[in-house]
Write a new protein. Structure first.
Length: 190
């Protein structure tokens, strides 16, 4: 079984190129997360990364931050933040205990941020016309992890209702569907 840090490094290696490939002209475009445009989803992902970095070291979190951080060298900062996230989860004890007020095991918390990093990278890739193929070892952990989290995530309105997929769907398509996403989503052409 790979550590959360190893998995996050693999997820970041796939997410960072997607973020770097986003043109400023695409920031107002729609994403598979109907409540977020590209800019808002990037801001959300920055908040997630920062807070889950704090959770790795059993620090305090603030998921309510709403300022726009998609300014200046945000692409470079995303790469740096992703690397710091993986580094935080590599620290001794990161996968032990129950960080924060969630009352759930640290490894599950790590799988949550792994899910955010991977699924939102797919969201951003789809929204901006880029290819995205997650690392197979990430998907192997993600699919059962998201399935296990789904009932509580739906109660919290973090996941939508499962999207129906064909029996031949890939593991990643099934993982996306568990979150309520249509694996075939594309931006509406005007």
């Amino acid at each position: 079984m790979k550590t959360i840090s190893e998995l996050l490094e693999k997820a970041a290696a796939r997410a960072v190129p997607v973020v770097r490939g986003i043109d400023d002209a695409q920031l107002a475009g729609p994403t598979p997360c109907s409540e977020y445009d590209v800019r808002a989803l990037l801001n959300h992902l920055f908040v997630v990364i920062e807070n889950f970095q704090a959770l790795a070291v059993k620090g305090s979190t603030d998921f309510s931050r709403t300022e726009d951080v998609v300014t200046g060298d945000w692409r470079g900062r995303f790469g740096d933040a992703s690397a710091l996230l993986a580094k935080a989860w590599a620290e001794p004890g990161a996968e032990e205990g129950t960080p924060g007020r969630m009352g759930i095991p640290a490894r599950t918390v790590g799988l949550m941020v792994l899910g955010d990093m991977t699924v939102h990278a797919w969201d951003l890739a789809r929204a901006t016309g880029q290819d995205f193929e997650p690392d197979a070892s990430v998907v192997a952990e993600l699919e059962p992890g998201l399935e296990a989290m789904a009932p509580r995530a739906r109660e919290m309105k973090v996941f939508g209702e499962p999207f129906p997929v064909s029996p031949g769907a890939t593991a990643f398509e099934r993982a996306l569907a568990v979150t309520g996403r249509d694996p075939g989503w594309s931006p509406v052409r005007r």
